[in-house]
Design a protein around this ligand. Structure first.
Ligand code: GLN
Length: 309
């Protein structure tokens, strides 16, 4: 229903105002390639993996983890370090409706948040959500947070640092333009002023476009505001948020499908500490169970299909 979309957008816009609109990040982000399927654990180099595991054991074996494992006896050996304290700390960037946004109560909400909470329930752990900048998520895994769910696309570059769960959603970048714009295909993007969210796959695509001036924003909505204000020719952002912004700025902004620009499809997955195969198995198992019992489809209907209306 429209009401849901409106609530989501109000939340996104409010957050944007509070944090100060138009803040741009200066740093250029590295180019990445997306990968068609998540093959996280298989692709990780064994040598590297051993190194990072050692490091995390030293810094992270908390006393309460051992305490908590008592009484679980046989199962204790199969408990991931990330789950041993009974809490799954999840990082997200709640600026990406309908996957994550801040709701009217000021809490992170959305499809991804509902999904990770359902996964936590299956695993019998409490889920704590930390709202942070998108560009900080990957590097915070294994230290500040256990995992990240943030409409995050599986990319080769990210696989150097983290593993990914099985993919749970297929996406593609869209191009948001102003009504009446002549941009319609890949060639039309040459030399244009393009807005993106810093460190996202839309950012990496834009960096490759010949002659383009790319402005990176911490929040997608700030880029869309600059499009509406005439400072940008277009914004490259994932399809579902693009559709939400299109409906928010109805009559002003149009979302063009990425297929028109020869963009490749992308796969969203949960980013996890590299080499934690126990955690990967548990998260993938819970994800599968939620697909089998209909919960997953119900969440798609509630959060994603609803936002497209
Ligand atoms: N899917 C994009 C990426 O992974 C954007 C994600 C986001 O902005 N939350 O880079």
């Amino acid at each position: 229903m429209k009401k849901t979309v409106a609530a989501m957008l109000t939340a996104v816009l409010c957050m944007s105002v509070m944090a100060g609109c138009g803040s741009k990040a200066e740093e250029a982000a590295p180019t990445e390639e997306t990968v068609a399927e998540s093959t996280g654990t298989e692709e990780s180099g064994q040598a590297e993996e051993a190194g990072s595991e050692e490091a995390s054991e030293e810094t992270e074996a908390p006393a309460e983890a051992a305490d908590n494992a008592e009484g679980q006896d046989a199962e204790a050996a199969a408990v991931s370090e990330a789950l041993a304290d009974g809490v799954l700390n999840v990082g997200t960037n709640a600026e990406f409706p309908p996957f994550e946004y801040v709701n009217d109560s000021g809490e992170p909400d959305g499809f991804d948040i509902a999904l990770i909470k359902a996964i936590g329930e299956k695993l019998g752990v409490e889920v704590q959500v930390d709202n942070m900048e998108f560009a900080s998520l990957v590097s915070s895994i294994g230290t500040k947070i256990d995992v990240s769910i943030a409409g995050m696309t599986v990319t080769e570059e990210r696989l150097n640092t983290v593993d990914f769960s099985d993919s749970y959603y297929e996406a593609i970048q869209n191009v948001l333009v102003l009504e009446g714009s002549e941009i319609a295909g890949a060639d039309d993007l040459t030399g244009k002023a393009i807005g993106v969210q810093l460190g996202t796959t839309g950012d990496f695509i834009a960096e490759e476009i010949e002659g383009a001036t790319v402005s990176q924003y911490n929040k997608g909505v700030d880029a869309v505001n600059d499009l509406v204000n005439g400072r940008l020719d277009c914004v490259i952002i994932d399809k579902n948020p693009a559709l939400v912004f299109e409906s928010k700025f109805e009559g002003k902004v149009i979302a063009l499908d990425g297929g028109q620009f020869n963009f490749e499809t992308e796969n969203y997955a949960i980013a996890m500490p590299k080499g934690d195969t126990v955690l990967a198995e548990q998260i993938n198992g819970a994800l599968q169970a939620l697909k089998d019992d209909g919960t997953f489809d119900a969440l798609v209907a509630e959060y994603i299909e609803e936002s497209n209306q």
